[in-house]
Design a binder for this molecule. Structure first.
Ligand SMILES: [Zn+2]
Length: 99
């Protein structure tokens, strides 16, 4: 039995439910076994990417770019502050799916 809670985001500016985490100084690796060499080299499979390191620069609305800030006007750049923001501005829902 899990007490896991989920927070859903809603942009205060445009109402968009999707936001994005912006990472800086990231090393990204992509696994692939072949590339197609037709006229052009086809890009590797970017489904299989992983990122290493990096630091959160900000969270922002995917649609309008609204940057999340705390009550002091500081840009939110860690998960704890993000959680606090969501507790105030997001919507909390319990996970009701069984198992
Ligand atoms: Zn927005």
């Amino acid at each position: 039995m899990s007490d896991e809670l989920h927070y859903t985001f809603k942009c205060p500016k445009c109402g968009c439910p999707t936001f994005e985490e912006i990472l800086i100084n990231v090393t990204q690796s992509t696994t692939f076994q072949r590339v197609n060499c037709d006229a052009e080299i086809t890009e590797p499979d970017y489904q299989n990417t992983s990122t290493e390191g990096g630091e959160i620069n900000r969270y922002q609305c995917q649609s309008c770019g609204f940057v999340l800030q705390n009550e002091h006007g500081d840009t939110i750049n860690d998960t704890q502050a993000l959680r606090q923001w969501l507790e105030k501005n997001g919507q909390k829902t319990a996970d009701e799916s069984p198992g």
